[in-house]
Design a protein around this ligand. Structure first.
Ligand SMILES: [Zn+2]
Length: 382
């Protein structure tokens, strides 16, 4: 599965329709959430009820039926994440907190030349900056303040993917000093652009708090703030893409610590909140890219990785600002983060062993005669 993101250039009328669609989906989402909390209705029941409601409600009828069904699916996913302990209980979505809708099946959307045909919206101009490979699966339309995007996911065959360059395993420690430190001593510095953006966001937030509620100036500052956030998000994504591409191509096994549960950790420091999001992004992107190359990502429990000695296993307590690991038992002296990364790597390999996975993944042969099916099965095992 590969996802392409294309910029859309809707006409004013089309943008209005898309805004209306988002609003209808948002209200529906809130309705479904309310219904589910009160009656305990499950997704399949809600889907069935929705089909009936759509016949009577002109707002629902104006939206493609599968787009509405996808809203049920989204809520169900939010519940699933909650029950899995991954996020908080689903919340009602305020205006502006719901910014996309999805065509879950290729029937609702189609590419026609340089346009994207969206059911109930029309033919929307799209900038296809790269050719699409594979069969179209789903299409999500995203509103990003004043811009529109289409994320189109396609089913692809594993053939044609770049092979791994290296087949060593690596452990990755993430931190505020270095964005990522690897068990072999390499490090990715934190991007400098963030500090400037953080200052700008802080100053805009201050301005916003001084403006009167629902004044025109307040709306303007709000848009500026949203755009500043968008800039940070894009820089952050760009950076995570670069680092993950390098990890996924240089190493066959990449071990990370499991993520702290988002939302549950209250983070008042803006810069580290942004970094938290970047690390999550890094894990997701690396996993996605590694799978496409036939590699793997292993997640391990983060407890104690910085205190343990990677040489002998002794516990060497150290404060947050102690940069060097120095072991009194085996005399190992190592950068604090490299020591942690080595522990992470060891825990990952231990986990692989416990689960009966091989410790090393061989670099994939690039022979064009290599049977594709075998390749596909090779990474399905993970
Ligand atoms: Zn030691």
């Amino acid at each position: 599965m590969i996802t392409y993101k294309f910029r859309l250039y809707p006409t004013d009328a089309q943008a209005r329709l898309m805004n209306d669609t988002i609003e209808t989906c948002r209200l529906l989402y809130n309705d479904l959430l309310d219904d589910r909390t009160r009656t305990g209705a499950r997704a399949f029941e809600q889907k069935r009820a929705l089909t009936v409601h759509r016949r009577e409600n002109k707002f629902l009828a104006a939206v493609h039926s599968q787009v509405l069904q996808d809203v049920v699916f989204r809520l169900d996913k939010a519940y699933g994440a909650f029950y899995a302990g991954l996020s908080r209980f689903p919340k009602f979505k305020r205006r502006g907190r719901y910014n996309s809708f999805t065509y879950p099946q290729p029937g609702g959307f189609r590419i026609v030349g340089k346009r994207l045909r969206l059911s109930k919206i029309g033919l929307v101009k799209v900038k296809l900056h790269r050719p699409i490979e594979g069969a179209l699966k789903t299409c999500t339309i995203i509103r990003d303040i004043d811009q529109w995007y289409a994320c189109i996911s396609c089913e692809t065959e594993s053939r044609g993917f770049a092979a791994l360059k290296g087949d060593r395993p690596v452990g990755v420690d993430v931190g505020l000093l270095n964005f990522a430190t690897l068990s072999d001593g390499r490090a990715f510095e934190n991007p400098r652009f963030l500090s400037g953006s953080v200052e700008r966001i802080k100053s805009l937030q201050k301005q916003l708090s001084r403006k009167r509620k629902s004044s025109n100036k307040r709306v303007k500052v709000k848009v500026r703030l949203a755009k500043a956030w968008r800039k940070v998000r894009r820089q952050r994504d760009d950076f995570a893409h670069k680092v993950s591409a390098e990890l996924a191509s240089e190493y066959s096994t990449v071990v990370f610590e499991e993520l702290k549960i988002p939302n549950m950790v209250k983070n008042h420091n803006l810069a580290s909140a942004i970094m938290d999001a970047s690390w999550g992004q890094l894990r997701r992107l690396t996993a996605y890219k590694a799978e496409r190359r036939g590699g793997r990502v292993i997640l391990v429990n983060p407890s104690g990785t910085s205190q343990k000695c990677s040489g002998c296993g002794a516990v060497v307590p150290k404060g947050l600002d102690e940069r060097t690991h120095s072991c009194p038992s085996c005399n190992l002296v190592l950068d604090r983060d490299v020591n942690a990364a080595r522990n992470i790597l060891a825990a990952g390999l231990e986990r692989a062993r416990a689960e009966g996975q091989p410790l090393l993944i061989q670099r994939r042969r690039t022979s064009k005669f290599a049977p594709m099916k075998q390749e596909a099965n090779a990474f399905r095992r993970w």
